[in-house]
Design a protein around this ligand. Structure first.
Ligand code: PEP
Ligand code: MG
Length: 427
């Protein structure tokens, strides 16, 4: 080991996220003086198969439960294990933490504690090598800027309005650069704000920065977004739509109950509804159209709807669940959330498995975020060509978009925007 990469100290602390809830931050210091810092996001519509987010049972702090126990593990067990290790050997660092935890879902140390150190160690090593984080993770050929899926209208668990679908996103596939994509997205976001105001509807926002009005129904949300795209001077060929239904939240006893419109649907009726939406609106991608327990429904949906079908709760960034999905031809894309699995190594394993199977991968934020921008670098490093990180507004979301602007600028002529090269399942 080169001594400058040796981990000499690990420090954890509790900070707050974009919802004002406690989360974990870690700092890793190397013998050569480099320091890496990272913090961990947190979901609201969390999948039941996600790695364990360790929260204190007893102490109800802020609004939710604190993470002092997880922070204690960073400062205690994890620090003891990784001290003396080579931070540039990511897989070794991650495996040592996994071995110390010893459980399938990281229930002992907590995926939040483990991820904070996994990321901070990588950041420290990148610093020690004096190279940007995306290049450290992805190598010198990393050059693909992802298409942003920008969530401009929020519903479901992310807003207290009457909309059941959780996320309505715009996808600027026709832009020529990431910068242009982001500009188009902001213009549509503002055009939507103008439309809402004109109709006397509130422009208050949900957890991911998208507007969260009460509307007649979910279709009206899609209709208004199409109008906003056109009002901004673009066409729906240039900017498509994507939705995250987050339908696991609707599922119980083999049936779906849309909680806000109080409608009950069987699997085939929900598939019919999604097909109908896709026929009426320029939807390129649907995430969690069905529940994480409805494998047979997912198979049918995948046979019947030739667009990108992203498994979030279904796969939880976990190669075991993804392998099953690939085998059963359930979905054709994976949502990648670093805290669903808890280490960088396992995150890249999931992306590799998806790519080998011809599945696309969408790097994603959580509804509870921090100023940490690691996912922007991960998207470029892995060259997945897609990222979803909320509205082009609210600093914890724009931090990622702005990081991508800087990466694009730094790459210069070498940068390629993924708009055209991503495998889009066009109707
Ligand atoms: C980002 C999402 O929300 P959360 O972080 O609440 O799971 C999602 O469901 O894709
Ligand atoms: Mg989702």
């Amino acid at each position: 080991m080169r001594r400058e990469y040796e981990i000499i100290s690990v420090r954890g602390r509790e900070i707050i996220d974009s919802r004002g809830e406690p989360t974990v931050e870690a700092e890793v210091e190397l013998a050569g003086g480099a320091v890496g810092r990272a913090s961990v996001p947190s979901g609201a519509s969390t999948g039941i198969f996600e790695a364990h987010e360790l929260r204190d049972e007893d102490a109800l702090r802020f609004h939710g439960h604190g993470v002092l126990k997880a922070v204690g593990h960073v400062n205690g067990t994890i620090a003891d294990i990784v001290r003396g290790m080579d931070a540039s050997r990511q897989a070794d660092v991650d495996r040592a933490m996994l071995a110390a935890d010893g459980t399938e879902n990281k229930t002992v140390l907590g995926a939040n504690a483990i991820l904070a150190v996994s990321l901070a160690a990588a950041r420290a090593a990148a610093r020690a090598m004096h190279i940007p984080f995306y290049r450290y993770l992805g190598g010198t050929m990393a050059h693909i800027l992802p298409v942003p899926m920008m969530n401009i209208l929020n519903g479901g668990k992310h807003a207290s309005n009457n909309i059941d679908i959780q996320e309505f996103m715009i996808v600027p596939v026709g832009a020529h650069s990431f910068r242009e994509a982001l500009q188009w997205g902001s213009e549509v976001y503002h055009a939507l704000g103008v439309l809402l105001r004109k109709r006397g509807l509130p422009t208050a926002v949900g957890d991911e920065g998208g507007f969260a009005p009460d509307l007649r129904n979910d279709e009206e949300a899609l209709q208004m977004i199409v109008e906003a795209i056109e009002a901004s001077g673009r066409t729906t060929d240039e900017i498509g739509l994507a939705v995250d239904a987050a339908a696991s939240e609707w599922y119980a006893d083999g049936q779906y109950t849309l909680p806000k419109r109080k409608q009950r649907l069987k699997t085939d009726e929900l598939i019919g509804y999604l097909k109908e939406l896709t026929r009426r609106f320029p939807i390129l991608s649907i995430e969690d159209g069905l529940s994480d327990r409805d494998w047979s429904g997912w198979k049918t949906l995948t046979q019947e709807l030739p667009i990108q079908l992203v498994g979030d709760d279904l796969f939880v960034t976990n190669t075991r669940r993804l392998r099953k999905g690939i085998g059963e031809r359930a979905g054709n894309s994976i949502l990648v959330k670093i805290n669903q699995i808890g280490t960088l190594t396992e995150t890249f394993e999931a992306i590799d498995m998806a790519r080998d199977a011809g599945y696309t991968a969408v790097i994603s934020h959580r509804s509870g975020e921090t100023e940490d921008t690691s996912i922007a670098d991960i998207a470029v490093a892995a060259g997945t060509g897609q990222i979803k990180t909320g509205a082009p507004a609210r600093t914890e979301r724009t931090a990622k978009y702005n990081r991508l602007l800087r990466i694009e600028e730094e790459l210069g002529e070498a940068a390629v925007y993924a708009g055209k090269s991503v495998m889009w399942y066009r109707k």
